[in-house]
Design a protein around this ligand. Structure first.
Ligand SMILES: Cc1ncc(COP(=O)(O)O)c(C=O)c1O
Length: 457
């Protein structure tokens, strides 16, 4: 965890914080979520738009975390949601998101999703000519109702992505746009990587496409530049120290990672600062304002920065040796499926905190999961924990809300999926109110479990 813990993280880790009580009630690993941080992150992006005078729309990339508290925070802070399935759309609506504040992305969307999105007036990012034709057919055959609101997703030139429409497909799209079935709001894209210039340059080129669309009689006043806003997980020195030391002898079993496979854990201009840099790049913001074009963004990870942590209990300890130096291997009560980064040929770099925090002697420590898989490691590297762990200690992995928590989780080994516990400050006190979220699968089946909610002082 970075030295500059946020106030809520300090309170979480305090000796009289809620961790012990939640751990006792949950009896297994769990995630904590602090939605007030999400609201603060949304405000950061809103301020970046306000600073540039560009009319901006924020759609939270819902795949980054399923928790209902995230979309509820979006509804509270005036952000919309980007979804890619009917389930995600329905969950967003259940937590107070209006249909008009939903962007639907994803390829070859199901008929169910296209119709639901049309009915609630969401904006649909059309991924190809076939999908556009199918949407037109569905809208015609559903009877009455407004046309579907769409943007056309663009395949960037030179890209090998499987998503989006080619330049030739876009050039010849006009005959396919039946005004009784669809209303063209503009264009969208999503790029891999975290570069400012590629996003700003592609957005600038799409201003011309908007003007062309207007000449063909469409509104075309919206450009969505997708997500990919970076997160600053580590200070520059920590990131450089890691890259310098990251050779196989540092990792359990000589595990080797390619340097290119790591997420860029340090970012000098994360989240809103990256948006500002895009808007300032080559006068993009000025051009958008001049042409009355709104800019939409779909950040997932960046809206969740520092908004959650994942907690495991130590249930076993072994000591091994590498190059004559002993180190501990901990086994925790969950699996690395709750720390997704570990499944993408990379390592989740923010160090876990050993709790309770006590003085001791620095102990190199790797962390394994409770499954029978050799590869089920939460931390391959030997982390210099400030003391040796003992059974029943907790390991708190910080900043896990963005993708780490639940994109890979399953009931592998019939281990329960870790619940999410939502924290909010108690009125007038230094402590938290803690509410355990119902399992989203139960919510879909109409089962509620409020009695399982631990409250903590
Ligand atoms: C279309 C689209 N929008 C938004 C996102 C969210 O990206 P990030 O979490 O990196 O901001 C993704 C991620 O894959 C995406 O495919």
């Amino acid at each position: 965890m970075r030295a500059d813990r946020l106030e809520w993280e300090k309170r979480l880790l305090a000796d009289d914080g809620p961790l012990r009580k939640i751990a006792r009630e949950v009896k297994g690993p769990f995630h904590v979520m602090f939605p007030e941080q999400i609201i603060e992150n949304i405000r950061g992006f809103q301020n970046a738009f306000a600073g540039s005078g560009v009319d901006g729309l924020i759609y939270y990339g819902k795949k980054a975390n399923k928790s209902a508290c995230v979309t509820a925070a979006c509804a509270k802070a005036g952000a919309g949601v980007d979804v890619a399935s009917a389930g995600e759309l329905e969950s967003a609506l259940r937590t107070g998101i209006r249909g008009t504040d939903v962007m639907v992305t994803g390829p070859a969307k199901s008929d169910e999703l296209l119709l639901l999105a049309t009915d609630v007036n969401a904006t649909i990012a059309i991924d190809g000519p076939g999908e556009l034709d199918r949407l037109g057919y569905l809208v015609h055959h559903r009877g009455s109702g407004a046309p579907a609101r769409i943007v056309l997703r663009v395949l960037p030139a030179d890209s090998t992505s499987r998503f989006g429409m080619t330049g030739a497909e876009l050039d010849s799209v006009w005959d396919r746009l039946d005004p009784a079935a669809v209303r063209l709001r503009g264009f969208s894209f999503h790029l891999g990587g975290y570069g400012v210039a590629p996003r700003a340059e592609l957005a600038a080129s799409l201003i011309d496409r908007c003007l062309d669309a207007r000449a063909h009689g469409h509104d075309a006043d919206l450009l969505s530049i997708g997500g990919g806003f970076s997160v600053n997980y580590l200070a520059a020195e920590q990131w450089e120290a890691f890259l310098d030391g990251a050779n196989p002898s540092w990792f359990h079993g000589g595990h080797a990672f390619s340097r290119d496979s790591y997420y860029p854990y340090h970012s000098p201009s994360p989240g809103p600062a990256m948006l500002t840099a895009i808007l300032e790049y080559d006068g993009l913001g000025d051009r958008l304002r001049a042409e009355n074009i709104r800019l939409a963004i779909e950040p997932g990870r960046a809206l969740l920065d520092r908004a959650g942590s994942t907690v495991f209990r130590v249930q076993g300890i072994k000591t091994r040796e590498a190059e004559g130096i002993p180190y501990d291997i901990l086994t925790v009560d969950g699996t690395s499926l709750s720390l997704s980064e570990q499944w993408f040929n990379t390592e989740y770099l923010p160090d876990p905190v050993i709790w309770p925090e006590r003085n001791g002697s620095t102990t190199p420590t790797c962390v394994g999961g409770a499954s029978c898989l050799e590869s089920d490691m939460l931390s391959w590297r030997r982390i210099p924990l400030p003391r040796a762990a003992v059974v029943d200690d907790l390991l708190v992995y910080p900043n896990t809300a963005g993708y780490q928590m639940d994109s890979n989780e399953s009931e592998f080994h019939e281990l329960p999926v870790p619940p999410k516990v939502v924290l909010s400050y108690s009125a007038g006190g230094p402590q938290f109110d803690c509410v355990r979220e119902p399992d989203p699968r139960d919510a879909r089946r109409g089962i509620t479990s409020p009695t399982r909610a631990p409250r903590s002082s």
